[in-house]
Design a protein around this ligand. Sequence first.
Ligand SMILES: C[S@@+](CC[C@H](N)C(=O)[O-])C[C@H]1O[C@@H](n2cnc3c(N)ncnc32)[C@H](O)[C@@H]1O
Length: 258
Amino acid sequence: MSRKQETHQFHFLRPCPSKDVLYQMVKNHFDLEADSYDQFDANHEKRRSYTAGINQLISLRLPNASKVLSVACGTGRRDLEIRFMAKQNYEIYGVEISGEMSKIATKNGIKCDHANWLDFKSDTFFDAAFFLYAFGAIPDSNDRLLALRKIKDCLAKNTPLYMDVLNIDDKNEWGLKIKNEFDQAELGKYGYELGDILYSKIGETKLAYWHYFSKQEIEDLLKQAGFKKINIQYIGYGKFPGKIVSSNEGAIFIEAFS
Ligand SMILES: C[S@@+](CC[C@H](N)C(=O)[O-])C[C@H]1O[C@@H](n2cnc3c(N)ncnc32)[C@H](O)[C@@H]1O
């Protein structure tokens, strides 16, 4: 069972809504989730172990930093956990599209700007950047490339970006179903890219957008964006949550250097 299979279901509207509508769906979804977001993560064992596993990997690798950028920081809870685990005292700068998430992050002590990362203008250089459990919410391949270029442009030379994305080849996730549906329903004709889904919580109707990646796809994007050294590991979610697993059964965890 996948992280979303247990709690969420996916749909395909035809045609695929425009990019602006997809951003709005994402924003609305997380505005509604904000108050219960951390609780949901804590109560959902697989999510808790998965995020804890990723937090630990980052905290062990993170170089000494004075400023860290967290794109799509949500409530900022994980940024604070990672800093604590890394035994560091850097400043955390968040950018968050959901006003409600952004308010909570600010209360939690993150310097958080309420903005779509694609529209955000940064005049600061950072020693590291995070894009955790969120890159799949960027609704098309052009914007995904722009988003990575923007991160690269505000990282000091040879500093790391840490991110994780859902793996379309994870046999414990929805990937196979998504690929089959894409081919059989000819979703490309309706404006979808392979890996796109619209999803809702089970029993609810409001939709949000997410994208699943292949290793090749995310590596190519990072290279095009100018990242040089790219290290990839697979972290279990549906099975062995938070543990390092093989390429066909986990989410993709990335460390990429500017
Ligand atoms: C699943 S949550 C993860 C939050 C946090 N990074 C964590 O790991 O707990 C995804 C977050 O990404 C934010 N987000 C999605 N697209 C964004 C964008 N284009 N710019 C800024 N934030 C975005 C959402 O509002 C949401 O808070």
